[in-house]
Design a protein around this ligand. Structure first.
Ligand SMILES: Cc1cc2nc3c(=O)[nH]c(=O)nc-3n(C[C@H](O)[C@H](O)[C@H](O)COP(=O)(O)OP(=O)(O)OC[C@H]3O[C@@H](n4cnc5c(N)ncnc54)[C@H](O)[C@@H]3O)c2cc1C
Length: 497
């Protein structure tokens, strides 16, 4: 593997017994894990190509314990990696050999549900799907729905700004989180945002959502809950080629229709998902669109007709509408199981996550096919077509020498291609370690230094999740240094202290 992580600090490794004892004093009982065989399950997240046994695992149960752990680690210069369910696909929760892995799984309670304000207050270890489960009897749901929603936690969703098939219409995590409680590395407990849509002051909540565990540990989340739409219908639309499916996606949006979800699968993905779930997908097409329309019955019926007409006009060879909610759920089940389905046809797969302008879709898919031939590795395409967020799954076998390295190089080329056509390195899986070394393809040194200044404002000793997101971490003092050129102080009119 080509990933290089910050070298472990020998002094921290030598103090392991002392650190374990200090953590046990804060989190009693079974909340501290230090035996090697019990640490192994934590050695990687869903980016399983990379693994590292952590120094130890701490599983706090209260905010006071989280604050005390972070305060002790700060005072003793010990690194900390926060972890939810460990489903990150970018290696965000990859442990460090000299770092405490702070597991938030025991924070698993729904604290408050307020239907009048349409909010739910939950602990960060509550799974994404459990929020919907907690409010569905009252006709509500939590909109962002990562395919991993049965397992991933809302704390992880906040840290990664996660998306899902319904984010095209209802927004990503950042559009559905109203407030968080956060513990800083110094052990201070702060509240950002609240229950309203527009909190006072600087938008620090916006800084925290998507900060990948680098700025603080989230200990409570307030999310918007929405009333279930009156009707929802999903269409399975088959195309003879991916190009016409791509054009159809652009035309639906251009017609002013924002479907609740609009996903595309190519032939290998259709075949894999159908064999796994029996969702009723057509097997004689090259590309499949799943388009969901929702809203009041009359609106939903009208839009369904409009989408079908656009699809037929752009070469669709089959259109099948869900007859009831069970069938609609089945259509989505195939899509949501596409990743595990890929696991049945290849020993390993590497899931990429880049975003491109929708209109460049056909060209990018063609170039990806050429890259697949160049690297000699298969690729399956499943993606959030409505928002241009690609998830190519590169198929490889880690037991074959050189295949992981080829998969990594192939993946890097795909992400560079996304940036080249005007897109971005990530859509929803985060940077983590996976895209860290590609940040230069998108950001200049100045951009990266500015981003790191934000990190330094929260964590000046660089103890929280180091080695992730930034290709190299500069000492904060360097970044804060004022550049005086030929005796000219910048902004001389400003008072200096
Ligand atoms: C099969 C599969 C399908 C997936 N589908 C999607 C999808 O459709 N959309 C999508 O966006 N993602 C998807 N993912 C990726 C993943 O599920 C999300 O990134 C998810 O939000 C991670 O949540 P987690 O609880 O597992 O977090 P972890 O993997 O444990 O951690 C992820 C990051 O969050 C940080 N973190 C975790 N908890 C906290 C906390 N309390 N405070 C501060 N930082 C914290 C960690 O340090 C790490 O950087 C998928 C993953 C898999 C395996």
């Amino acid at each position: 593997m080509s990933l290089v992580m910050p070298p472990p600090d020998p002094a921290t490794l030598a103090r392991r017994a002392e650190i374990v004892a200090a953590m046990r004093a804060i989190v009693p009982g079974e909340g501290v894990i230090d035996a090697l065989e019990a640490l192994r399950p934590y050695e990687s997240d869903a980016l399983t190509a990379y693994a590292q046994v952590p120094l130890l695992v701490v599983l706090p149960e209260t905010v006071e314990q989280v604050a005390a752990v972070l305060r002790w680690c700060h005072e003793n210069r010990v690194k900390v990696v926060p972890r939810g369910a460990g489903t990150s696909l970018s290696g965000g929760a990859l442990p460090l050999a000299d770092g405490v892995l702070l597991g938030m799984a025991r924070f698993n309670r729904v604290l408050d549900i307020d239907y009048a304000d349409r909010v739910a207050v939950v602990q960060p270890g509550v799974t994404n799907l459990a929020i919907t489960r907690a409010v569905e009897d009252a006709g509500f749901y939590y909109a962002p729905d990562p395919s991993s929603q049965i397992a991933c936690t809302i704390g992880g969703n906040v840290a990664e700004n996660s998306g899902g098939v319904h984010c095209l219409k209802y927004g990503l995590t950042t559009n559905n989180v109203l407030g968080v409680e956060l513990v800083t590395i110094e052990g201070e407990v702060v509240r950002l945002g609240g229950r309203g849509l527009e909190p006072a002051g600087l938008d620090l909540l916006g800084v925290i959502v998507g900060s990948e565990g680098l700025l603080g540990v989230v200990t409570e989340v307030t999310v918007r809950i929405l009333p279930r739409p009156e009707t929802a219908k999903a269409l399975l639309i088959g195309f003879p080629d991916v190009e016409s499916a791509g054009v159809c996606v652009a035309q639906i949006i251009a017609a002013g229709i924002i479907p609740a979800g609009m996903e595309m699968m190519d032939k290998p993905a259709i075949n894999a998902a159908e064999a796994f779930v029996n969702a009723g997908y057509p097997l004689d097409v090259e590309a499949l669109l799943i388009v969901e329309l929702d809203g009041p019955g009359a609106e939903c019926g009208h839009l369904t007709g409009e989408v079908e007409a656009i699809a037929r006009a752009h070469g669709a060879v089959s259109v099948q509408a869900s007859r009831d909610d069970a069938e609609r759920a089945l259509f989505w089940a195939g899509r949501k199981a596409a990743f595990p389905a890929a696991g049945r046809i290849s020993p390993d797969y590497y899931c990429m996550d880049g975003t491109i302008p929708r209109r460049r879709l056909p060209e990018v898919l063609t170039r990806m096919k050429a890259l697949s031939e160049q690297y000699g590795l298969g690729v399956i395409n499943v993606f959030h077509a409505g928002d241009g967020n690609l998830h190519p799954l590169i198929l490889y076998d880690a037991n074959q020498p050189g295949q992981l390295e080829r998969a990594e190089a192939f993946g890097a080329d795909i992400l560079k291609l996304c940036v080249e056509v005007g897109g971005v390195l990530t859509g929803e899986h985060g940077v983590g370690v996976e895209k860290r070394d590609l940040m230069h393809t998108m950001f200049s040194e100045t951009d990266l230094a500015q981003q790191q200044r934000v990190k330094c404002a929260f964590d000046p000793e660089l103890l929280l999740n180091p080695g992730k997101m930034f290709p190299e971490l500069h000492r904060c003092a360097e970044l804060g240094r004022m550049h005086v050129h030929r005796g000219q102080v910048p902004f001389p009119e400003l008072p200096r202290f």
